[in-house]
Design a protein around this ligand. Structure first.
Ligand code: SAH
Length: 367
C-alpha cells in the first residue's frame, strides 16, 4: 500500500524500501539466522550480528567490524538500526553523571548514572515527556511526545553501563525506571526492554535489581501481577488521602488510593516481589504529623517493605518547597515509631538537575 502511494514519486523504489525497512532489533536470533541463510550466508554471522546489537552496542551497521563490508552494506539496505546516541553528558560534584540521549527522530531524553559505595544505578526514561502533570515534577511541565521503544529504553541502560565501566570500572548493579515518563503507560515496551536487559544473550541482569516506579495506574499494576513479572515496583504515593493526592497528582482522580491499595495487594499476591512506597516531602503540603499518621494507615494496608521518603528537588517555575530538616526528622521519627520501615533518600546530582523530577532537557554540557 505504502509503495503504491510512493510509486508516483521520483526514486520510488528507494522510498518504498525505506518505508518498509524493519528495525533489525525486532528480530529474534532464530529469525536472524533464517534471514542470513536466506541470503546464502552462514548462520554464525547472525550470532555475530546479534552480539553487535545486544552486547557490543553497535550504533550502526558500519560498526560491525567482523562482518564483511559487503554484508554490512546489505544489512543497511535491508534493515534499519535506529539506535540511541549520547548527545551530551554532565558530571555532578557528587559523582552522578547525567546523559542526554538523542533518538533517531531527533528527540532528546535523559538518563542518569548514580554511583554509591555499593551500587551503580542507572535511572532511565520510559517516555519522551510525560502526560501525567504531577504538580511538583519538571517532566510534568513537558508534553508527552511519544513512547520510547523497547530498544531505546534498552539503549539507555547499555550506554549508561558503558559509562559506568569507563568512568568507575564497574558494571551497573541496579536499574530504576524513574526518569522521564510513566512506565506503566508504555507497558509493552517497558516489559520488553526488561526482557532484553535480563536475557542471558544480552545483559543478563537479575530482575530483582530492577525497579519500575509508577505514579499509580491501578489497572496496569494488576496487569503486572497477571503477567507474573519478576522485577520490583515502587509507587509514588506522595499523599495518603485522596483529597491531598488529587491536588498534587491528577492521576489520583481516576486511580484512588483504595484502588491502588487493592492493586498492590493483587500484585504482591501474584508475584511476591518487593513494593516500595515513595513519598516526597513538600513543606506545609504533606509533611505534618497528621500526614504521617495517614501514611501509616496506608502503609498497614499495603504489602510493602519500605517507605522511601524523598527530599524534594526544586524545579524552576514550580512553587513547592522542600521540607526543612526538623519537619523531615519529626515526620520520619513518627513513621519509625509506628513500625514503618522508613529510609530517607537524599538527593543526588542536584547541581546539574539530574535528581528525581528535575529531568526536563535543560542545558546539558558535554563532558
Ligand atoms: N512516572 C513515574 C516515574 C518517574 S518520576 C512515577 O511517578 O513514579 C520518579 C520519582 O521522582 C517519582 O517518585 C516522582 O514522584 C519523583 N519526583 C518527581 N518530581 C520530583 C521532585 N521535584 N523532587 C523529588 N522527587 C520528584
Amino acid at each position: 500500500m505504502i509503495c503504491e502511494i510512493l510509486s508516483t514519486l521520483p526514486k520510488a523504489d528507494y522510498l518504498c524500501r525505506m518505508a518498509i525497512k524493519r528495525n533489525i532489533r525486532e528480530f529474534s536470533l532464530p529469525e536472524l539466522k533464517k534471514y542470513f541463510e536466506s541470503i546464502g550466508d552462514k548462520k554464525f554471522r547472525a550470532i555475530q550480528a546479534y552480539e553487535w546489537l545486544w552486547k557490543k552496542n553497535a550504533r550502526s551497521f558500519e560498526d560491525m567490524s567482523n562482518l564483511s563490508l559487503e554484508l554490512r552494506k546489505k544489512l543497511a539496505e535491508e534493515f534499519d538500526l535506529p539506535a540511541l546516541t549520547v548527545d551530551a553528558s554532565q558530571h555532578s560534584n557528587d559523582g552522578t553523571l547525567k546523559s542526554r540521549f538523542k533518538t533517531y527522530d531527533g528527540h532528546l531524553i535523559e538518563g542518569v548514572l548514580i554511583p554509591t559505595e555499593k551500587r551503580f544505578t542507572a535511572c532511565v526514561s520510559s517516555q519522551i515527556g510525560c502526560s501525567l502533570s504531577c504538580k511538583f515534577c519538571a517532566t510534568g511541565l513537558m508534553d508527552r511526545k511519544r513512547n520510547l521503544t523497547f530498544d531505546e529504553i534498552y539503549d539507555q541502560v547499555a550506554l549508561l553501563n558503558e559509562q559506568s565501566e569507563r568512568v568507575y570500572g564497574q558494571k551497573l548493579s541496579n536499574i530504576v525506571y524513574m526518569g522521564m515518563g510513566e512506565p506503566l503507560l508504555n507497558y509493552k515496551n517497558v516489559l520488553k526492554s526488561i526482557d532484553k536487559i535480563t536475557a542471558s544473550d544480552s545483559m543478563g541482569m537479575s530482575p530483582k535489581r530492577i525497579t519500575v516506579s509508577t505514579a499509580g495506574v491501578a489497572k496496569m499494576i494488576k496487569q503486572l501481577g497477571d503477567d507474573k513479572v519478576r522485577f520490583n515496583l515502587a509507587l509514588s504515593l506522595h499523599a495518603a488521602t485522596d483529597a491531598k493526592r488529587n491536588e498534587i497528582m491528577p492521576i489520583n482522580e481516576t486511580n484512588s488510593i483504595e484502588f491502588l491499595i487493592e492493586s498492590l495487594n493483587y500484585f504482591y499476591q501474584q508475584t511476591k516481589n518487593d513494593i516500595t512506597l515513595e513519598y516526597v516531602l513538600l513543606k506545609d503540603q504533606n509533611d505534618s504529623l497528621k500526614d504521617a499518621e495517614e501514611l501509616v494507615a496506608v502503609y498497614r494496608q499495603v504489602p510493602t517493605h519500605l517507605v522511601n521518603v524523598i527530599e524534594y528537588n526544586p524545579v524552576a517555575g514550580i512553587p513547592f518547597i522542600k521540607s526543612g530538616e526538623d519537619s523531615t526528622q519529626i515526620f520520619t521519627d513518627y513513621l519509625a515509631s509506628h513500625k514503618v520501615n522508613v529510609r530517607v533518600r537524599r538527593s543526588r546530582g542536584k547541581d546539574i538537575d539530574a535528581a528525581c523530577g528535575q529531568l526536563a532537557n535543560k542545558d546539558t554540557v558535554t563532558a
